[in-house]
Design a protein around this ligand. Structure first.
Ligand code: BGP
Length: 474
């Protein structure tokens, strides 16, 4: 058996894409709560100033799949599949509705007490992200989001409260979801609204520095509160970026693009800014403002493990004319790889890319890895007898899991695997329900209509067997 006996199999969701109850029990608004669905969402993400002043007809995160009220039923389903781990996030504005209050919202804290207790009841280990795209809206309107150093302190206060509160219920924590998203969709990742006359790179990398410091402060707090009983991880939207051809120029371009991708994790794992940033920042005209203690803090509190999402590999060329043909699935641009098929949303499907990415990450950091997102977004049809014949999803996952096991056989130390959207939820990129990832179908459509009933898909039973046999049946 290649995988360890205690390998953590499970699934992942995020608060803002599942919970709904967007104003219940004192919750404040997050940046996601002002985002609409479909084409309008794309516009809003890249033009947040407009989004902030506009009224849309439908806000998917307001009701989402109502997980706030259905979590008991849903976790029971996860337990039936045999989950050992369940990844979710804490909604920051449930705990600090505006973000800058002195005291937390007790009602919000109680919800997560119940949620984590429910997981533990079935022996499911919660894996908790502190910030999954849902920075409190007030911190954006009042402080300008993560460009403002004050957010470091607000985040630290929030982190301390939840780390302390759930110290006996949660062992695995992630400080920021897909921290590199900040460079690609700055509003999502950092609540940033960047003006046309600003050096966008300066704003983004300064905000990135603030998040890196905040992440170290959370790790510091975690170690002080619970020592080695906590495992703190970073989280990267990972995808090896291949060279378009074997021309040395393309290879160099791929090395440089990969460095930009790994930048955040280089700091979070090794505890210092990598030397390639000297040239990168010079060329981008970026100057990071640091406080005197920042460097020592980053060095003293690196993460314990590296987690990442993987959906696709990417492809880049050194020739700007060729690169112009890059298209974007959502956040990340890539050239078309002639050897790969793509999903309905244009995400290129590359199981071997997962093995490549795992090898690269492990070689680079020599710390345990955790795959915390992977899966296929697809249109599902509910049959008359209340199931979904999602063989395409099974096929996608089988091929990825086989490559995951190959990577472990290559020598990679892997803690676990949580598939993305183990129950259908609102898509982050499109805001739609039509893009489904789950093993469990939720009867809700793009406009939020439907009964919200849950139905087990074919993949539900397939994944159950994968877990039961610890991957041996693949
Ligand atoms: C990642 C996010 C998730 C999730 C996933 C799939 O970027 O961390 O929140 O949604 O991508 O993306 P989408 O929902 O756009 O299909």
């Amino acid at each position: 058996m290649v995988l360890k006996k205690d390998f953590l199999w499970g699934g992942a969701i995020a608060a803002n894409q599942a919970e709904g109850a967007y104003k219940e029990d004192g919750k404040g608004l997050s940046l996601v709560d002002i985002l609409p669905a479909g084409e309008e969402r794309r516009e809003a993400l890249f033009n947040p100033e407009v989004a902030l002043s506009k009224e849309y007809s439908h806000y998917p995160s307001h009701e989402a799949i109502d997980f706030y009220h259905t979590y008991q039923e849903d976790i029971k389903h996860f337990a039936e599949m045999g989950f050992k781990v369940f990844r979710t996030s804490i909604s920051w504005p449930r705990i600090f509705p505006k973000g800058d209050e002195a005291e937390p919202n007790e009602k919000g804290l109680e919800f997560y007490d119940q949620l984590f207790d429910e997981c533990r009841k079935y022996g499911i280990e919660p894996l908790v992200t502190l910030n999954h795209f849902d920075t409190p809206l007030y911190l954006i309107e009042e402080y300008g989001g993560w460009r403002n150093r004050k957010l470091v302190g607000f985040y630290e206060r929030y982190a301390k409260v939840v780390l302390d509160r759930y110290k006996d219920k949660v062992k695995y924590w992630l400080t920021f979801n897909e921290i590199n998203m900040l460079l690609h969709i700055p509003f999502f990742g950092g609540g940033l609204i960047i003006k046309d006359d600003e050096n966008a790179n300066q704003v983004k990398y300064q905000a990135a520095h603030h998040q890196l410091v905040a992440s170290s402060l959370a790790t510091k707090a975690a170690k002080e509160i619970n020592g080695e009983n906590f495992m703190i991880g970073c989280m990267l939207a990972a995808a090896e970026i291949y060279p378009y051809t074997c021309h040395p120029d393309d290879m160099l371009k791929s090395v440089k693009e990969n460095q930009k991708q790994y930048f955040f994790i280089d700091v979070q794992s090794r505890g210092e800014y990598p030397s390639y940033t000297n040239r990168l920042f010079r060329e981008l005209n970026v100057k990071i403002e640091m406080e005197p203690s920042d460097e020592a803090l980053l060095k003293a509190y690196p993460v314990d493990f590296i987690s990442f999402s993987y959906y696709s590999s990417r492809l880049t060329s050194a020739d700007p004319e060729v690169n112009k043909k890059s298209t974007s699935g959502n956040a990340f641009k890539s050239l078309k790889n002639p050897y790969l098929q793509a999903s309905d949303w244009g995400w290129q499907i590359d199981p071997i890319g997962l093995r490549v990415t795992m090898n690269q990450l492990y070689d680079r950091y020599q710390k345990p890895l955790f795959i915390v997102e992977n899966g296929l977004g697809a249109v599902d049809e509910l049959t008359a007898d209340g199931t979904v014949e999602d063989d395409y999803r099974i096929e996608y996952m089988r091929e990825h899991l086989k490559q995951m096991i190959e990577a472990v056989d290559d020598g990679v130390d892997l803690i676990g695997y949580t598939s993305w959207g183990c129950i259908d939820l609102v898509s982050a990129g499109t805001g739609e329900m039509k893009k489904r990832y789950g093993f469990i179908y939720v009867d809700r459509d793009n406009e939020g209509n439907g009964t919200s009933e849950r139905y087990k898909k074919k993949s539900f039973y397939w994944y159950k067997e994968v877990i039961e046999t610890n991957g041996e049946c693949l």
